[in-house]
Design a protein around this ligand. Sequence first.
Ligand code: GAL
Length: 683
Amino acid sequence: MTIVPEPAPRIDLPWPTDGFSFGGDYNPEQWDRTVWREDIALMREAGVTLVTLGVFSWGLLEVEDGVFDFNWLDEVIGLLSEAGIAIDLATPTAAPPIWLHQEHPEILPVAHDGHKYWQGGRLGWCASSATWRFYSTRIVRELAARYGNNPAVRMWHVSNELGGGNRWCYCDESAAHFRRWLAERYTTVSALNLAWGTAFWGHHYTSFDQVLPPRDSESAPNPALVLDFERFSSDALLAHYVAERDVIREYSPNVPVTTNFMVTQNPGVVDYATWAKHVDFSANDHYVIGDDSLPENELAFSADRMRGFNPSRPWLLLEHSTSAVNWQPRNFSKAPGELIRHSLSHIARGSDGAMFFQWRASTAGAEQFHSAMVPHVGTRSKIWHDVCELGAILGKIAEVAGSIVEPARVAILFDDTSGWAWASGQKPDNTLRISEAARHFHRALWARGIVADVVPPDADLSSYDLVIIAGLYLVDSATADRVYERAEQGATVVVTYLSGIVDETNRVLRGGYPGAFRDMLGVFGEEFFVLGDNQSASLDTGWKVTRWSEKIWAMGSDVFASYADGVLAGSPAITRRSVGAGEAWYLSAHLDGEGLEAFVDELLLRTEIVPKSPPVVGVEVVRRLGRLGSYAFALNHTDHAVSVALAGWDLLHDMHTGNQITIPPGGVAVIREDSEKVGDLIL
Ligand code: GAL
């Protein structure tokens, strides 16, 4: 049984709004009707163009098993439609009603230690449950049949953050589904035994029927089993998405369908690159992490990942916050300017809109202290003022919608599956989060004004001059071949420690690390040398190494830098090899911030990749290209005014900039640049 069909995105469907999409999750069911009228008036005041409706309203739409009440939703849809506000209609399957959990507790997910979750949360369902599939697609069918041709419904939003609560289910029904998935993947049980290396501990299977999900046992699980269970879980949820989507398409064939991802700097709860092929356009929920050392860079990284799924198409920021969230250990309010700057940072990097969770702050329920577009205090507030200002800004820059982000010369490879492989089983350093290696490069490039696409391993690499593979632990042979080919064609490829260590079955590639790239790099990695918190080493370039180092040999490559001290003193640390018209570098160590920055400078110098606008500390300049030319977004993340050399039409102030523009502390400029005739060539 194929659980996920071939991708079938419909990329030619119209964008849900004219111009940028602006609005948020609208939960009118939490309020009485007098508030609804005020909501609509305020939405108009703020310039809201799109609202996400009905995300968690199943229990109020199907009040008992098979008893539906759409009256209130009809009324709200009528009000929004009269006001000309487009609707992103959500299927309410992220929150099953209490009656369903009472009638069918078997749909609740089971945790890895065997305990079953209870009613009362969100996403309380197992993706493999046939009962769940019946009830969930029934409510979706009711909604799609009723509203599928309603002209106000301009977009469909399947469920909510799938996997963000029900990522894994270890119940017996999931176990049976997992076995079917494995049988399809491996065909024979001996192929499975080989792939999983079950000779270890003598855990070989004589039938697929013996396989269980990686349920709790007192020692470390088989990493290959864990990885396949991750893949299966992502596919099982994707199959659910596809089931809902296909019901919607029956009734609403010309309206785009998507779902909100949670793409961040970390490996995803599902394999987002695969999911991105099944949605009509990609959408993301992004919340800045208060404890991050440079939140605006984490935001940029996540946005660059979203664009990386398809750099020539817009995506949509479907949720972010106007100020503090409520689910981090400490929830910081946004500083003046951040609401607008964060929204425009996503837009600069390819989002065709800025949507929030949520329209009006709840007074009750689990999210009563989460910020919203209309805060508890109402409209006499900084937040409301900024929301209205953002709405006005999006109107002023409407001509930018539909443009694409200037094609990047740098690609950073990122793969959720590889992140899962590193997290499976025991590793040389179980505290190391290697997916951060990609972010470290991104951050150094970001500080130098270089925009990179963060792309999945199967992306088309042909347009990139610099390809960075940092901490990409699992690499299949097709990816390794394509990277090699791109180097031969002339790109500079940089591979770091812990990349290409295991193949797609999570088995270590023998004969010298990093097995997947060894030939291209001309390197033979002999042994890993983990460094403790109080240990470091240095290179003969003066750069400092922390956390990770390796004993490597240069086999046909040139040594660019060697370890200068410690147990590896005298051994190569960084190598370079000519490959066809390009070259391949290997970085065997974790360089601390300054060392990595110096290494990135070296790479940029050699590849002659320079920012179009000279970098100003704390200021990002990102360009989008449209029919009328190039639009520069300049985002001042500092607390002082900065001057940036940009010449063109200042869309926010409707005036020419001269050759320089001064951006106030925390402010933003959007400039249609002079003498840029690139648009027609690109679009
Ligand atoms: C998102 C979720 C929203 C809301 C928000 C709070 O993850 O989709 O429904 O809970 O977080 O930040």
